[in-house]
Design a protein around this ligand. Sequence first.
Ligand code: NAD
Length: 339
Amino acid sequence: MTVKVAINGYGTIGKRVADAVLKQKDMELVGVTKTKPNYEAKLASGMGIKVYASLAENIKLFDAAGMRIAGSLEDLLNQADIVVDCTPGKVGATYKPLYERHRLKAIFQGGEKHEVAGFSFNAVCNYKGAIGRDFVRVVSCNTTGLCRSLYALDKAFGIKKARVVLVRRGADPAEDSKGPINSIVPDPVTIPSHHGPDVQKVLPHIDITTTALAVPETLMHVHILNVELQKDATEQDIIGAFSSYPRIRLVASADGISSTSGIIEYARDLGRIRYDLPELIIWKESIRSFGREIYLTQAVHQESIVVPEDIDAIRAMTKLTESPEESMRLTNESLGLGR
Ligand code: NAD
C-alpha cells in the first residue's frame, strides 16, 4: 500500500518533510503548495515536484512569473490521503475546516496549539496513540528534543523530576527579519516556558519545569537538563541508555565538537543535505551523575529534528504499520539516521 501525501506550506519544515516523503517506499508525494513563485517553488518544480498555489488569489503571480503550476490547494487536497500542514504557526489551525471538508487526515506542527489536533506526537513516546487518528500535532523542535532524552532516561531509570534551561536560537538562518541581534531575551520572563507543559502533552507523568532564553544564534537550540532519577545511575549507565536510540547521537567535545557551530560543521562533514541533523545531539562530557541527580547538555537542530517524527506520524495515522519500531526503522534507514 502507498499513501498519498500532500504538503501545505513549503518553507523550512515543509521542504524537508517533502524530501523525506520522497525517500519512503510506502509514500507518494502528490504535491506541495507555495504562496508565491519564489526560488523554492521553482526549485521544487525543477525537481519534478508538483507545485500548487496555496492562495487562489495568487495564481496570477505564478502566471506572471511564467511558472506553470498544477492547480490550487483544493486540487491538491482532492488527490491526497493525508496532508502535512507546514504553514506558519497559528495558520495551520485556520486550514482545519478545509481539511475536514475534504475528509482528509492532517498533521499539524508544533506552532499550533495541542487542541488543534487533540493529540501531540513523538514517535518513540506515543506512536501507538496516533494509530488511525485523523488529526495529530507533531510537537515543536524543543519539545521533540526533550521528549527523546527524557523518554530514554525515564525508561531506564525512572524520572522523579526534570528541571531544564533552554537557550533558544533567535531565528532560523534565512529569517533576516527576526530574532534578537544584540540581546539575550528571557523568552518568556515568567516560569515555566511553554516547553515543560508541552512535554507533558506527550509524557503526562513527567514532573518538568522549563525556563528559556532566546539568543542571537541561528544554528541550534541548547538545553541544560538537571534530572532527578528514581534510582542511581552512573555516567556510563546513562551513556549506555542513550546509545540504543538511533535518534540520539552522542558527541564528544574532546573530538572537537565543542559548540553548536562545531556540530553543524560535523553535519556538513557527514554529507548531510542542508547540514540537517534530525538526531538529538548530547555532549558525552556534559553527562554528570551525583547518584540520582544528573546533568546533561543537549543540542537541537531546529530545522530538521521534527522531520522523522512527521514521517512516523503519517505511518501511524494511515496504519501503514502499527509497529512503532518498524516505522522508526524504515524512517531512520531512509534518512540515514543513527549512522
Ligand atoms: P516557514 O515560514 O519557513 O514556512 C511556512 C511556509 O508556509 C512558507 O512557505 C510560507 O510561504 C507558507 N505560508 C504562509 N502563509 C500561508 C498560508 N496562508 N497558506 C499556505 N501556506 C502559507 O515556517 P516553518 O519554520 O517551516 O514552520 C512551519 C511550522 O513548523 C510552524 O508551526 C512552526 O512552529 C513549526 N516548526 C518550525 C521549526 C523551525 O525551527 N523552523 C521547528 C519545528 C516546528
